[in-house]
Design a protein around this ligand. Structure first.
Ligand code: UGA
Length: 471
């Protein structure tokens, strides 16, 4: 099929690359000319594992342009995949969605096209986009659109860092539309994924247990709500385990064991029960705020979603509280942060807990050193006002620090030579804000190990480890 994708961010680019890989003919449009010329030159502007490799294979089927007219010329499906950054009032800023819909209305010359909202947009946006398409068409063409545009919602469930995997091997595909023909068109488009009939790329083999992918086809607003409800649920799962973590710290329980103990109940499930500094990124914070904003338009309170947000905010304060517990005074201290990205395998710093912690530490008069395997450039460009010392290596970051905080659980941090790192600090202290390090190993290396809930491995376990009884 001929597909046009407006917006070449994480969602647009991944969707475009995957659809082109499946053999569809994809035209990606973005108003950012610099980005388009980089993409044309084969350069991928974001860090996303396997995206570059997939784009190379898909190259004959994908093109990049700033021109709506050429991109839309043969399109049977148009995806709107532009950014919806948060407004100060919590609701998403829809100006880019509006501009994309106006552009489609202005330049589309064919008889029928399915316009798909892939960006996460508030409930009711499908109808709103349709009215913009119609009005824009009428304004520029001087005649009625007459059923030319059918709007559908096809929410995205991909995670940054595993975006290609999530797109090719999804748990489900959700499509919402009022128009039956639009549903059929999208069914055809996604058929290779639904049937898993495509040849898996060599670098991302199909999971063994993978079979046909369920399709959930709904009306527009149900599909829109699925997206928000899914993200809010994942967010509250994380906040729930963090809330239990705080109690675990008080009663001397091990939150990781508790998480495992509840997660193995198949009704609960083990994923998204990793305790730590809480969620960040461009989605959970924005989407839970948008859900609350929508609810308030209907005079509805959503105390569970609100509580998930409150707990998440408090987790960030806990980092400072724990450092104060340990060091008593932060003024004049040097704190090293390992990891800046909101999670591993991405260079995305949007709502990253580490960025907020840097600011909080500086506000308290601490000297802050930072390191991240891939996000250093972005940090320099996007946070020029933050006077943190950027370190080229983790060793440089740790050296002469009073405390080190593991902010992002990059695998390379977990595998570091902690014994050598311990020699670079006077009193080696690590606050594991992700509960990701092996406390026994790090403790044996000479570090005092602590977490957000003050959990330390049971003395018996440590003693056994020192005696060589534990690997
Ligand atoms: C999230 C959803 O997982 C995707 O399904 C959705 O498509 C996407 O938002 C979106 O709306 O576009 P993403 O923000 O890329 O994806 O990242 P996640 O892997 O969900 O992680 C979010 C945050 O939660 C990270 O900061 C991560 O460190 C944190 N997290 C995750 C935890 O603290 N504990 C966990 O157990 C899991």
């Amino acid at each position: 099929m001929n597909v046009c994708i407006i917006g070449t961010g994480y969602v647009g680019l991944t969707t475009g690359a995957c659809l082109a890989y499946l053999g569809h003919q994809v035209s990606c449009i973005d108003t950012d000319a610099a980005k388009i010329s980089r993409l044309r030159a084969g350069d991928v502007p974001i860090y996303e594992p396997y995206l570059q490799e997939l784009l190379e294979i898909a190259r004959p089927h994908i093109e990049f342009s700033t021109d709506y007219r050429s991109g839309l010329a043969a399109a049977e499906v148009v995806f709107i995949a532009v950014g919806t950054p948060p407004n100060p009032d919590g609701g998403p800023d829809l100006r880019y969605v509006c501009a994309a819909a106006e552009g489609i209305g202005e330049y589309y010359e064919g008889e029928f096209v399915v316009v798909v909202n892939k960006s996460t947009v508030p409930i009711g946006s499908g109808n709103w986009v349709e009215s913009i398409l119609r009005e824009s068409f009428q304004r520029y063409r001087g005649r009625q659109a007459n059923g030319r545009f059918a709007v559908a919602s096809n929410p995205e469930f991909l995670r940054e860092g595993t975006a290609i995997y999530d797109t090719l091997y999804p748990d489900r595909v959700v499509i919402g539309a009022e128009n039956a023909h639009a549903l059929e068109v999208l069914y055809t488009l996604y058929r290779p994924i639904l049937d898993q009939s495509f040849t898996a790329p060599p670098f991302l083999t199909r999971p063994e247990e993978m079979s046909a992918v369920p399709l959930v086809s709904t009306d527009l607003s149900s599909a829109e709500l699925v997206k928000y409800a899914a993200n809010a649920f994942l967010a509250l799962k994380i906040s729930y385990i963090n809330e239990i973590g705080r109690l675990a710290g008080k009663v001397g329980a091990d939150i990781l064991q508790v998480a495992r103990g509840i997660g193995l109940d198949t009704r609960i499930g083990s994923r998204f029960l990793q305790p730590g500094v809480g969620w960040g990124g461009s989605c959970f914070g924005k989407d839970t705020a948008a859900l609350l904003a929508t609810a308030s338009e209907y005079n509805l309170r959503m105390p569970i979603v609100q509580a998930a947000r409150d707990v998440n905010r408090h987790q960030r304060d806990l980092v400072i509280e724990r450092l104060l517990d340990e060091l008593r005074i932060l003024k004049g201290r040097t704190i090293g942060l390992l990891g800046l990205a909101f999670k591993p395998q991405t260079d995305d710093l949007r709502d990253a807990p580490a960025v907020e912690i840097v600011q909080k530490l500086i506000d308290r008069g601490a000297r802050v050193k930072v390191h991240d395997p891939v996000a250093m450039n972005r940090f320099r460009q996007e946070q020029p006002q933050l006077a943190a010392l950027r370190s080229a290596t983790p060793e440089e970051c740790v050296q002469f620090c009073d405390a080190v905080v593991l902010m992002t659980e990059w695998p390379q941090y977990l595998e570091m030579n902690w014994s050598q790192l311990a020699t670079l600090m006077e009193k080696p202290l690590i606050l594991d804000a992700r509960y990701a390090l092996d406390p026994v190993r790090v403790g044996r290396a000479g570090f005092r190990y602590t977490t957000l809930d003050r959990w330390n491995p049971a003395p018996a376990r440590l003693a056994a480890a020192t005696a060589g009884a534990l690997a």
